[in-house]
Ligand binder design. Structure first.
Ligand code: PLP
Length: 373
């Protein structure tokens, strides 16, 4: 069987280094807020090009803490609105709701699956304080128009960069495009820890200090609590693992691009819609680098296609089967129709793509897809 994502093989690529990293932490006897975290934060900030990186417990916390920090700093307040793509993973919305802010859903483009930047302005109200862009599936969601819009209405731009570490827009990495960014190092992400982990990056020193304090009981100095914080720390073992894997991320993302090109060139099925690695908002002179966290195709008979691939020994997944506005957790939105989001959720299928998927396996998958009737 061709697995969707073989985490055992992915980490076996770096087994020796990972075991040495774990041994170092065990031998050090220091498990939280130590040298491993400091040096991972330094390396991540340098990689992204941002002045600050703060390790936190997971990607959801990264986004929660950014918004919480903005509330503490008086940039926004309970009841304010944050624009977010309607087809994102629910964590983007949860971070907003958890802070008593209101997620305002805007439809994506059917081509890029990213927030349709042209649709944002009509959703802006006097209460809108931020736009959360999500670089979904590893593709950059950015444009000059987005920046102009944010300036015009004095909105913060928060990047949900959970799926796109290493992606770039005009030579600038995602995570360094907006005012602040949240990263997830969930094991299945392009940079995956061996457990939960996340980070915040920003060039805003005041925001960085607030996020850092909030993730550590609202404290800047031990046992002195200035703010109502939480416990959201990136532990030493995960930081040590992430340092090992960060050194390989560019090569792994490059390999994902090779596999994605093979899919894009090889899939010839008339009913299969291939992902479009561009965005109607991108101008021709803009240069963007996709990191292919997911390779998502669409087919009008998606469930049949998935079953057919399963029968042919090919594991696939659906990202995501139910959009946030149809989840019970968001009952108040259940009645609102988002036709493009619906269309996406009903037709998408994610094919295997990872640093350990072979080109031969991709050829097998392409051949099976082209034979589907
Ligand atoms: C994975 C993910 C998150 C949440 O990250 P966790 O580390 O699982 O909390 C947030 N947003 C998006 C788009 C994600 O894919």
């Amino acid at each position: 069987m061709i697995k969707f994502l073989d985490l055992q093989k992915i980490n076996a690529l770096h087994a020796k280094e990972l075991k040495e990293a774990a041994a170092q932490v065990i031998d050090s006897g220091w498990f939280l807020m130590g040298n491993q975290l400091n040096s991972f934060e330094e390396k991540l900030a340098k990689y992204i090009g941002a002045s600050h990186a703060i390790g936190v417990a997971n990607g959801l916390d990264a986004l929660r803490l950014i918004l919480k920090a903005y509330i503490d700093l008086g940039v926004m307040a309970a009841g304010d609105e944050v624009i977010v793509p309607a087809n994102t993973y629910i964590a983007s919305l949860l971070a907003i709701s958890d802070n008593q802010l209101k997620p305002v859903l805007v439809e994506p483009s059917i081509h890029s699956y990213n927030l349709d930047i042209d649709l944002i302005e009509k959703s802006i109200t006097a209460k809108t304080k931020a736009i959360m862009v999500v670089h979904l599936y590893g593709q950059v969601c950015w444009s000059d128009d987005l920046q102009t819009l944010a300036k015009k209405y004095s909105l913060k731009i928060i990047e949900d960069n959970a799926q796109a570490i290493g992606a770039q827009w005009n030579g600038i990495k995602t995570g360094n495009l907006g005012d602040a960014a949240g990263f997830s190092f969930y094991p299945g992400k392009n940079l995956g820890a061996l457990g939960d982990a996340g980070a915040v990056t920003t060039n805003d020193s005041v925001l960085a200090a607030q996020v850092r304090a909030l993730g550590n009981y609202g404290s800047k100095q031990k046992y002195v609590n200035e703010f109502l914080g939480l416990n959201s720390r990136l532990d030493e073992v995960q930081a040590a693992f992430l340092k090992v894997k960060l050194a390989h991320i560019d090569a792994e993302n490059q390999y994902r691009r090779t596999l994605a090109s093979a899919y894009l060139n090889g899939i010839k099925h008339p009913e299969i819609q291939l992902p479009v690695p561009s965005n109607k908002n991108f101008k021709p002179e803009e240069n963007t680098e996709h990191v292919w966290h997911l390779f998502v195709i669409r087919h009008p008979r998606r469930n049949e296609l998935q079953q057919y691939l399963t029968d042919n020994g090919i594991q696939t997944l659906i990202h995501y089967p139910i959009p946030p506005n149809k989840q019970l957790a968001y009952k108040e939105m259940n009645g609102i129709d988002y036709p493009i989001t619906n269309e996406i959720h009903e037709t998408v299928l994610s094919l295997p793509i990872s640093p350990v998927l072979t080109e031969t396996e991709v050829a097998t998958i392409i051949e099976a897809l082209n034979r589907f009737q």
